[in-house]
Design a protein around this ligand. Structure first.
Ligand SMILES: [Zn+2]
Ligand SMILES: [Zn+2]
Ligand SMILES: [Zn+2]
Ligand SMILES: [Zn+2]
Ligand SMILES: [Zn+2]
Ligand SMILES: [Zn+2]
Length: 633
């Protein structure tokens, strides 16, 4: 990569003095590691506009070639980054008017006109200084160009890395290194700021001992490891983005399908309704029409009668009397036949469930939950355990428990057989478990509790479900032959420490695998690689097994006595509670010791909150305490 950057390109003077952002002649030219140069103000506004939307920015891409430029300092505001980006001295030199002075002489407070430019140092030199520059072993190979020959100056294209560092306070070359302050010093610094410092090395010696030491290798290894976590975090991020896209597509599909189903159903209902309406209307219209018809007939009949009774004079006597009697009888009959007219009322009441849709405010109840997972753990070798809070009332013999998803804590008290539920360090529920509990683990908002009979004769040990909402034991349980102690959940399986064996159960309580372990193994934990970590109170060993039960790593020391409880945090580090040695041992995932923390009480268990450095430590006859492991700066 570096070779490409140093490729020589020839420019005309005008090209080399024009800023590629504002296309004006440079004003305070700043040079990036890729050798691209921009005006101070142009670069500054570019950095601000590029980085302001980024989450704690650590650098920016070059406006021209896009190569990444690391932030010149993490301790200053974004707005001031360009102040710390070096001036392109050769460009600055080109655009300066008037006599150019020798930079080397200026450092000695002498003003001598320069006529040579050293490209390697980006410095102007007078004839005398140039002569020494050519003779000096350190600068013998530098490229010197006569100032009259402007167009040949490569304008900072030569690697900036070969430019020796100059002291910012005194503008002098660096000759020393103060080990105490980890600071570079010039001859003036040594006599002032670092006058009383005990170890100030010659810069050549410092570089040599740095090259010989493991320090560069160690730093590279740390960087590689860090790069690994970044790669993982990036791929996790891509997975999460894909998950969001896939899930929102799925939700969209389901919602649209539901809408279609509702619309189709409403359409079908409407169709039924309309056909029923048409049928009813037709039926009732028919009934009313037939009555209207009958009324019309009677109307005609009456008209006939009236007509018959009009010309009574002309009729023979017998016909008239006969006609009169007939009409009178028939009329009496027709008018008394109980004939009635019909009024119809048609009404349609829409189901409240149907109109209820109009009062809905949302289609679904959309919820998101964000969880923040640290990218990497802290340096546990330089960490301390900061006390966060105490859990009052947990003073008997806390042998286990766990953090719930909402951050609440449940503890099991082996002595009093109680389950204790804490929210914000306040005891909000207790439940009598009757049998002797040893541990509790959280699984899908319900708890699993390991229970042993108080008197050995009758009952069996069991793993029992506990309902957190009702805060009571569920009926669901599975009985075990062996006594049950600590538990760990991993990959849908439950690992239970049973003194001389660790049993892996499936969700129904079937034994999947038995892992023989040392006697008095009360603790078990699993890590992301499905390795099984346990400790024995007879051999005092901490053991890491592969998922097939093969012993991989062992940790033991005289400083660890009665390792009753342990846990693994999100980075895979192992934390062991030594009850009788009164300490917490922090180990790597390969069971190598990182640090031992002394504990005042006799710790019986340690349990971590998911994806955090927060844990609680249960003790014999002492209050359970919540701690956070924090890096000491
Ligand atoms: Zn500019
Ligand atoms: Zn560039
Ligand atoms: Zn000089
Ligand atoms: Zn030089
Ligand atoms: Zn200095
Ligand atoms: Zn110093």
């Amino acid at each position: 990569m570096a070779a490409g950057k140093e490729k020589q390109v020839s420019f005309t003077t005008e090209e080399t003095t024009t800023c590629p952002i504002c296309f004006e002649s440079f004003l305070t030219p700043r040079i990036l590691p890729c050798s691209h140069t921009f005006c101070h103000n142009c670069l500054s506004s570019y950095i601000i506009s590029t980085c302001k939307t980024k989450e704690s920015p650590v650098g920016f891409p070059c406006p021209l070639c896009k190569s990444f430029v690391p932030a010149p300092s993490f301790s200053i505001e974004l707005e001031n980054w360009s102040d710390l980006i070096p001036i392109n001295k050769s460009v600055q030199f080109l655009i300066e008017k008037g006599d150019k002075l020798c930079d080397a002489c200026q450092r000695e407070d002498e003003e001598i006109v320069a006529n040579i430019w050293c490209e390697s140092c980006s410095e102007s030199l007078c004839a005398m200084c140039a002569k020494y520059h050519r003779k000096n072993a350190a600068s013998r190979n530098h490229t010197l160009v006569p100032i009259a020959d402007f167009s040949k100056i490569s304008c900072g294209k030569e690697s900036m890395k070969s430019t020796p560092v100059v002291c910012k306070d005194h503008n002098k070359l660096i000759d020393y290194f103060c080990v105490e302050h980890e600071e570079l010093c010039c001859t003036k610094c040594v006599c002032t700021k670092h006058r009383t410092c005990t170890q100030v090395d010659d810069i050549e010696e410092a570089a040599e001992s740095l090259r010989k030491s493991e320090k560069i290798k160690t730093l590279s290894e740390e960087l590689f490891q860090f790069e690994g976590s970044l790669v993982k975090a990036k791929s996790n991020g891509a997975d999460t983005i894909k998950y969001i896209d896939d899930t929102s597509d799925q939700i969209k599909k389901e919602s649209t399908e539901l809408r279609d189903k509702i619309v189709n159903h409403v359409n079908a209902l409407l169709e039924d309704h309309l056909s029923e309406l048409a049928h009813t209307a037709k039926e009732h219209r028919g009934i009313v029409a037939s009555i209207v018809d009958a009324v019309s007939d009677r109307q005609l009949l009456v008209a006939q009668y009236l007509h018959s009774l009009e010309d009574t004079e002309k009729l023979p006597a017998s016909v008239l009397v006969n006609e009169y009697l007939k009409i009178k009888k028939q009329f009496a009959c027709v008018s008394k036949s109980g004939f009635s007219q019909i009024r119809v009322q048609l009404q349609s009441t829409v189901s409240k469930d149907l109109t209820g849709i109009l009062y809905l405010k949302t289609f679904t109840d959309l919820k998101t939950r964000m969880k923040s997972i640290p990218l990497w753990g802290i340096d546990l070798t330089s960490a301390n355990m900061k006390l966060i809070c105490e859990l009052p009332g947990s003073t008997d013999n806390i042998t286990g428990g766990c953090f719930l998803e909402n951050g609440d804590i449940v503890l099991v008290d082996n002595d009093s057989s109680h389950l204790l539920h804490y929210s914000n360090a306040v005891l909000i529920h207790t439940a009598d478990l009757i049998m002797e509990p040893h541990d509790a683990v959280c699984q899908n908002n319900s708890l699993l509790i390991s229970l042993n009979p108080a008197f050995f004769e009758n009952e069996k040990s069991s793993i029992r479900q506990f309902n957190l909402d009702k805060f009571e034991k569920n009926k669901d349980e599975f009985l075990t032959e062996a006594s049950v102690y600590s538990m760990a959940i991993s990959g849908g399986f439950i690992y239970v420490a049973c003194s001389d064996v660790i049993i892996k159960f499936d969700q129904e309580g079937n034994t999947v695998q038995r892992y023989p372990v040392d006697m008095y193994t009360y603790s078990v934990a699993t890590n992301n690689s499905n390795e099984i970590i346990s400790s024995s109170c007879s051999t005092q060993n901490v053991t890491v097994m592969s998922s097939c039960g093969e012993k991989m790593y062992t940790y033991s020391t005289k400083k660890l006595k009665y390792p009753h409880g342990l846990d693994v945090n999100f980075t895979g580090n192992i934390f062991v509670a030594g009850r009788d040695s009164r300490n917490i041992h922090v180990l790597t995932h390969k069971a190598e010791l990182l640090k031992i923390f002394a504990i005042e009480s006799r710790p019986t268990c340690i349990k971590f909150k998911e994806n955090s450095n927060v844990c609680f430590v249960g003790s014999c006859k002492k209050t359970t305490k919540v701690y956070e492991f924090q890096e000491v700066m």
